[in-house]
Design a binder for this molecule. Structure first.
Ligand SMILES: *Cc1c(COP(=O)(O)O)cnc(C)c1O
Length: 343
């Protein structure tokens, strides 16, 4: 077991648990009924996030999935289409919600290696105005995607492209702040080309629950109707929003530590690089490794016995976050040494 007898969880940055200080602000947050618009803490979080991301307004949602869903439903009508990356969360990991709840058809497109969507490939999939086709209405990107921060000039080009084609432009910004910290820019710089953006509080920012959808006032008004319909009208949600405010006030700059730790981890893992174990460059707070799928199950089993959790697979990610320390990474690397010695 490691020195602190602690579980080191490298599966995701969603696993962080609120610390004492965050729990204190939650316990003492002023609250009201947010369905009446009466919760001062939710109102404050929504105003703070809208300002941070450079939009007029925002809506506090139960999850990133719900925030993306109500965003797509507010942009699109039944029978419309959204263009989205093949492995994007909004297409591949949200249980088909836009199609199920909104009758909005996805048009997936393979990502390029840098997590952009090739605008020529996107253009080729925009449907002509003809009753045979769904009406292409929305273009979605994801930043970060697989930990990769999208190149800034691309965001500008993609925004101009969307406008030129009369498409609305939505960002799944679950880990947008990781991108902003990694590129040393304000989050609002990265969202400027977009009509709407989400942000997850429950990833690297360390809050237990919650995401926001941002956009102009009219759009957020519409999205709040969909949020209500999707069961996301919460009452004294200020207890949760308080954790989000704490996260925005305290946990943004420290994301740089997670990125540095991921880089350190990638550097160490290169030592084990071999035909059956390949390591990518660190991307913000993630390192991707590739290995034989069966061997990865054995590795996960071995690590699990020593208090370290990973999601095994032929390709899997190791994720740093505010509950992972430099000592934890050293301990993890030491375990890998033991594991690979047996080879
Ligand atoms: C985590 C995540 C979401 C939202 O996930 P929830 O678990 O529903 O909060 C959306 N997009 C991306 C890229 C994500 O990583």
């Amino acid at each position: 077991m490691n020195s602190q007898d602690k579980i080191i969880d490298l599966r995701s940055d969603t696993v962080t648990k609120p610390g004492e200080a965050m729990r204190r602000v939650m316990a003492t947050a002023p609250v009201g009924d947010d369905v009446y618009g009466d919760d001062p803490t939710v109102n404050r979080l929504e105003a703070m996030t809208a300002e941070l991301l450079g939009f007029e307004a925002s809506a506090f949602a139960t999850s990133g999935t719900q925030a993306n869903l109500i965003g797509i439903l507010a942009h699109c009508q039944r029978g419309d289409e959204y263009i989205v990356g093949q492995t994007a969360h909004t297409f591949a990991h949200e249980a088909g919600g836009a199609a199920v709840f909104g009758s909005v058809q996805p048009q997936p497109i393979e990502f390029e290696l840098d997590s952009t969507l090739d605008l020529n490939k996107v253009a080729a999939k925009i449907k002509p105005d003809d009753f045979h086709f769904a009406r292409t209405r929305l273009f979605c990107l994801e930043n970060t995607h697989n930990g990769q921060a999208l190149p800034r000039p691309y965001l500008t080009d993609a925004g101009n492209f969307a406008r030129a084609h009369g498409l609305k432009f939505h960002l799944d910004g679950a880990r947008l702040i990781n991108a902003a910290v990694a590129q040393g820019v304000e989050a609002a710089e990265l969202t400027r080309p977009f009509d709407s953006s989400t942000l997850c509080l429950s990833k690297g920012l360390g809050a237990p629950v919650g995401s926001l959808l941002c956009g102009d006032r009219e759009f957020i008004h519409e999205a709040k109707k969909w949020r209500k319909m999707a069961g996301g009208g919460m009452r004294q949600a200020g207890i949760l929003a308080a954790a989000g405010i704490y996260a925005l006030e305290n946990n943004i700059d420290r994301l740089a530590e997670d990125h540095a730790l991921a880089e350190k981890l990638a550097g160490h893992l290169k030592k084990f690089a071999a035909k059956n174990f390949q390591v990518g460059e660190a991307q913000t707070n993630m390192v991707f490794v590739q290995m034989d799928g069966q061997r990865s199950l054995e590795l996960a089993d071995f690590l699990g016995k020593h208090g370290v959790l990973v999601n095994p697979g032929a390709e899997f990610r190791l994720v740093t976050h505010l509950d992972v320390t430099a000592a934890d990474i050293d301990y993890f690397v030491q375990l890998l040494e033991e594991f690979f010695q047996a080879d």
